[in-house]
Write a protein that binds this ligand. Sequence first.
Ligand code: NAD
Length: 511
Amino acid sequence: MDSIATEPTAKRADGQTQIAVENPATGEVIGHVPDMTAGEVAELARSGRAAQPGWEAMGFDGRGIILRRMQRWLIDNADRVIGTICAETGKAYEDAQIAELTYGAAAFGFWADKASQYLADERVRTSSVFVKGKRLVLRYRPLGLIGVIGPWNYPLTNSFGDCIPALAAGNSVLLKPSEVTPLTSILLAEGLAACGLPDDVFAVATGRGATGAAVIDEVDMIMFTGSTATGRKVGVRAAERLIPASLELGGKDPMIVLADANIERAANHAAYYAMFNCGQTCISIERCYVEAPIYDEFVTRVTEKVNAIRQGVPAGPGSIDVGSLTFPPQVETVERHVAEARDRGAKVLTGGHRGRSTGYWFEPTVLVDVDHDMACMQEETFGPTLPIMKVDDVEQAIRLANDSQYGLGAAVFSRDLARAEAVARRVNAGVVTVNDAIINYTALELPMGGAKPGSGVGYRHGPGGIRKYCRQQALLISRFHPHRDIHMHPYRARRTRLLGRLLGLLYRGRR
Ligand code: NAD
């Protein structure tokens, strides 16, 4: 691998440390961003807090106008947004269009429409005898200042995307994008300003891990997406401050292919969703378990499809299928997983090597004869590999699928929908798709989160995906108010006995 042309960190004339942003497909430096200090983060937080009450006061309608303008802005500026994403991630134009621009545009409209519904006051009915006749209300109030820390694999969808419901709820947001891909967030901040978002409601704190830690120290809630190891640190730091943390972490999604599956559909899904975004999706298909009777045919078809993938430097629509890896150390991780599998007897049917001399490349790779305890089956690879394992039956497939520290997503393929759904219900993952994969992410009504701690704590999307940015406030309104309520001092034996009889009537239950 060639070394980076410019130092990744440099000092500007005014003394501020800058981070160089590289195009990982070409190795070219395409920009610099400040490596912000804790002091600079605190300043952004102060401004965000000062701006928040005004933003909250605009109400759902006022905020919705700006969010819908931003939906339009994204479409009007599609080429610029996609160009920036491709340049800093090395991904294919279509990967940026389908999984980032489309997501962002849909999300602005979705949260503009749904915020008022998901956060509407709820009238609560109670079985408590003490508050009969009183009005009970559950209300959602914005927490104030939300910190969002994101990864490099989807700079729009997974970093910026989580800011949208936080803003819709009436919070100010401080976004710390990955130091590897900060340019998309800066462009989107420009878009929000152009759409009339009041000053300081949204700010981008560029920097590395230390900047992220400083964000946690300032905000009222932290929404983190990234690796399991960093997620643990973020959770600990948030716990020290007693602020809520929502953690969306790693995955090792299994695909189970039953003997009666539509093999062509299953093979297309395996090849596409393992290699999509160069395999750098938290809910990529990362391992495959195929029932013995169709194993050979499935492997042949998947290998043909992966072999036909065109990998290269993205140069606009249709130019390539798969781009480069985004984060340089990923090349080593992918290479280690493939090498270890090979050393222990696995076969590489296509791919298996680093590619090109500049940029960060690994060929789309299919592995067979793998064992369940190999790194490529246990650890998150986050690269363009698909290990396929033959299983005797569905029970073995379910057992192996569940034998993982992760539980983010999973897929089951079978023509027998009832059986497939029964299998899906036994897989321990936050989402399980039947005869499909990943596409659930576009259904913003459906919660998405990890089912095991290795994949995170909390959910995005659905009602919970915006309520987590709020505190619940309970209201109790006494409409009829005598001078004194019956249970109050002074206690009297007659009244106490009466209450005892009442309790017996209420709670002794039927025999
Ligand atoms: P990472 O954990 O290395 O970094 C994520 C972010 O955390 C970056 O912005 C980084 O600067 C910041 N950070 C690093 N140390 C920190 C600290 N001590 N305190 C606060 N912030 C800190 O993850 P990554 O390599 O950027 O992303 C890849 C990972 O993200 C993969 O594991 C992938 O599965 C996961 N991911 C999960 C989801 C999901 O929805 N579950 C979505 C996308 C990516």
